[in-house]
Write a new protein. Structure first.
Length: 398
């Protein structure tokens, strides 16, 4: 029956992480996988999450199946965090929101829903984009194209080329956008650029699907959601996938949300029903525990304040590591490449290293980056940053 099945090549990032685990070198450094590590190089348990879990442990109750759309209180908390308190579309009940299995689950459910709803549409993603974006939409049956984004020469944004490409996309097709902390480049649009892109999307009647996996890791919770809130404020139909993996350090709990901005409350009810049906055919209903932890933090004022303080501290630490790398490499490598560390933002940066140089970093120095040259800056700390900087300088000097 299965003799014709081909071997799965593996996920390039997860496979690289597995190679790192078996590397015997003591000074090895893993900057490949997109996980936030604290200053001690450990995955943190946020204090607000810790306190929320203790509160839940004091009230252990039966665990029935959740509704297909998820925990209602959690969904309302997602509404508020993603769109803000002042969002008129939210108060008019024009947003359909699901609890999903992380941000990836939101993308999957959204892709399946759109494939049935807009069967003739194609999808455009940035060049480059997170590898799984293409996989999710292609496996849903979409033709996936790209629009220009990253400028290799400057380490910045090809904004004019991006606008030209978006303008050429046929009406009623789908454009995937990164709300903040672009993965993998760390290059973001500023507010004026977002306004220009959103105006073009509105004029062309394109459907934006916004992936917001890193809210709070760019500037702050509100600024990082600017694109999403601007779309909602203009009443533009859109989809938003958000994740709590990074900003709650709840990677294994798979907490996320999918929101669809609609043109009326009645339309939102119908969309929610179809989204729920999509969940039913995928995994039936979402899990309880992680959603309750997130909801407890977001709806308890003391914990909410504590969480926001911790998240801001995590964001500052990433920024500090960027500036430390810049300082350590300044004068040792070209100004064009070293500037990437402070021009870009969020968990990732494009280092300007080519595939051969990345391979040498790994084999000669035990420093693991994705082969595209993407570095997870959140994996840097005071103990390993000199190791990484020295390795990069040596590789680039040959």
């Amino acid at each position: 029956m299965f003799e014709h099945v081909k071997a799965f090549p593996g996920d390039p990032i997860l496979s690289l992480n597995e190679d790192f685990q078996v590397d015997p070198r003591a000074n090895k450094v893993n900057l490949s996988i997109g996980i936030y590590f604290n200053a001690d190089g450990k995955l943190p348990v946020m204090a607000a999450v810790h306190d929320a879990e203790h509160a839940l442990a004091r009230e252990i109750r039966p665990r029935p199946y959740l509704p297909m759309a998820g925990l209602p209180d959690y969904r309302d908390a997602v509404h508020q965090l993603v769109f803000g308190n002042a969002c008129s579309v939210r108060t008019r009940q024009r947003i359909a929101t699901l609890q999903t299995l992380g941000g990836s689950g939101a993308l999957k459910v959204g892709a399946d829903f759109l494939r049935r709803t807009l069967p003739n549409a194609q999808v455009w993603i940035s060049d480059p984009s997170w590898e799984n974006h293409r996989v999710v939409f292609e496996r849903a049956g979409f033709i996936v194209n790209t629009y220009p984004y990253y400028d290799i020469a400057t380490g910045g944004l090809r904004f004019a080329a991006m606008l030209d490409a978006l303008h050429a996309i046929p009406n009623r097709h789908i454009v995937l956008l990164h709300a903040c902390c672009h993965n993998p480049t760390g290059v973001d649009l500023d507010r004026n650029q977002w306004r220009e892109v959103i105006s073009l999307i509105e004029k062309k009647e394109l459907l934006p699907f916004v992936d917001m996996a890193y809210q709070g890791f760019g500037t702050d919770l509100d600024d990082d959601a600017f694109a999403v809130r601007e779309l909602a404020a203009r009443g533009i139909s859109c989809l938003v996938a958000n994740s709590f993996s990074k900003n709650f350090a709840l990677y294994g709990e798979r907490c996320g949300g999918l929101s669809v901005v609609c043109q009326s409350d009645e339309e939102a009810m119908r969309v929610l029903g179809q989204l729920s049906g999509t969940v039913r055919s995928n995994y039936s209903n979402p899990p309880t525990y992680g959603a309750k932890v997130v909801h407890t933090v977001l709806r308890t004022p003391v914990l909410r304040t504590l969480w926001q303080t911790e998240l801001a501290s995590m964001c500052r630490r990433i920024s500090a590591m960027r500036h430390a790398m810049y300082k350590q490499l300044q004068g040792r490598i070209s100004d064009e490449i070293v500037s990437h560390y402070i021009q870009q933002r969020g968990m990732f940066t494009y280092t300007g290293l080519n595939t051969a140089q990345v391979d040498r970093l790994r084999t000669e120095h035990g420093v693991y980056l994705v082969r595209s040259g993407r570095m997870c800056v959140a994996g840097l700390n005071e103990q390993n940053i000199s190791i990484v900087a020295d390795a990069i300088a040596r590789v680039l000097s040959r």
